[in-house]
Design a protein around this ligand. Structure first.
Ligand code: 13P
Ligand code: SF4
Length: 331
């Protein structure tokens, strides 16, 4: 380890306030590994005029230690569009970095690990979308933002878990093709009269939850509040007290201050949120997203040092995909 990444008394003092917040989720003996990286990344952000946006599923040392903005996919996209920084470091997965690049094409957008994918984005190609259009002529295509630029370029409009119902209804048609999340599509269908034509992609994290697992939590903890992400299967969502995006779930806890809660979503988020709500007891089933876990402090540091790996999108694809993203932001 180079000397600049040692746990010196200066580094300790500079990062102590961050550690005080993270004490319950990061063991003290691990801090000397994270602290020098956090201190150096925060320095480099200033030197490079960089801003760092992190999804709610990122590790606590990233979420609380170095992020300038934290949130769900929609919030990240909006922040990326508005920031004045020259460089945006996306701590999340590739479709999120592509949203940032489409909305800020003149900026350098970095994704610390280009292999950070998503099972939903991998479930569909641009050709699949063209085939759906041939099968259902004239029916508009709504794509969940968990897709790559070439797929979004074939769609009419994007949506996220926050605005999926609103977006579907904004089109004013009787039917829509909804890609690629079959479970989110089914959930939207329970909230609207518009007929939803599904694509059977799934999130590999959320599809693992079951209704029986939720009933087990209720039997074990009669006072528990169950809040779930709409990427979960229908029997899970039927058992939930609240269904919403990752930021919607955080807002729910903020407004209801439950004594005990289980967040039916990627489990790192419970660590991040527990820091903000120390009086709430979090039951933490551990379903991890392997793609989100690819983003680490050493990779972020390397990205800022080298300004690599940089996200590039073919300009014509970006132009078309941008249109469906802009349409969503206008809803
Ligand atoms: P949110 O947009 O609700 O944060 O969820 C998207 C997701 O699953 C990211 O992996
Ligand atoms: Fe994709 Fe699911 Fe991971 Fe989110 S949690 S990035 S939807 S695989």
């Amino acid at each position: 380890m180079p000397s600049s990444l040692e746990f010196t008394p200066q580094v300790k003092a500079a990062t102590q306030p961050i550690y005080e917040r993270l004490r319950d989720v990061i063991p003290e003996m691990e801090w000397p590994v994270h602290a020098p990286l956090i201190a150096r990344i925060n320095e480099l952000k200033r030197e490079r005029s960089a801003t760092l946006v992190a999804h709610n599923y990122q590790l606590p040392e990233i979420f609380h230690g170095i992020a300038d903005y934290t949130g769900d996919s929609l919030g990240m996209a909006k922040f990326g569009a508005e920031t004045e920084a020259d460089v945006i470091v996306v701590c999340g997965v590739r479709f999120m970095a592509e949203s940032a690049k489409m909305l800020s094409p003149e900026k350098t957008v970095l994704l610390p690990d280009m292999e950070a994918g998503c099972s939903l984005a991998a479930s569909i190609t641009a050709q699949d979308v063209r085939r759906m259009r041939e099968k259902y002529p004239g029916v508009p295509v709504v794509t969940y933002v968990n897709t790559y630029a070439d797929v979004r370029a074939e769609a009419d409009i994007c949506c996220t878990s926050v605005n999926a119902v609103q977006v579907v209804e904004s089109l004013g048609t009787d039917r829509v093709i909804f890609i690629p999340d079959g479970y989110l599509g089914r959930y939207v269908a329970t909230q609207t009269d518009v007929e939803i034509i599904l694509w059977e992609g799934a999130c590999e994290v959320h599809e693992r939850f079951t209704g029986e697992e939720l009933r087990h939590y209720r039997r074990s903890y009669p006072d528990i509040q169950v809040i779930a992400h709409p990427e979960c299967p229908p029997d899970v969502l039927e058992e939930a007290d609240f269904v919403g995006s990752t930021s919607g779930m955080i807002r729910y806890i903020d407004e209801h201050r439950p004594e005990r809660v289980v967040m039916i979503t990627e489990c790192t988020m419970s660590d991040n949120v527990a820091v903000e709500f120390p009086r709430t007891n979090f039951v933490r089933p551990c379903n991890l997203c392997p793609h989100m876990r690819r983003i680490t402090l050493p990779k972020i540091l390397h990205s800022l040092e080298t300004l690599q790996p940089e996200v590039h999108i073919n300009p014509e694809t970006a132009r078309q995909a941008h249109r469906s993203l802009e349409r969503m932001l206008a809803v």
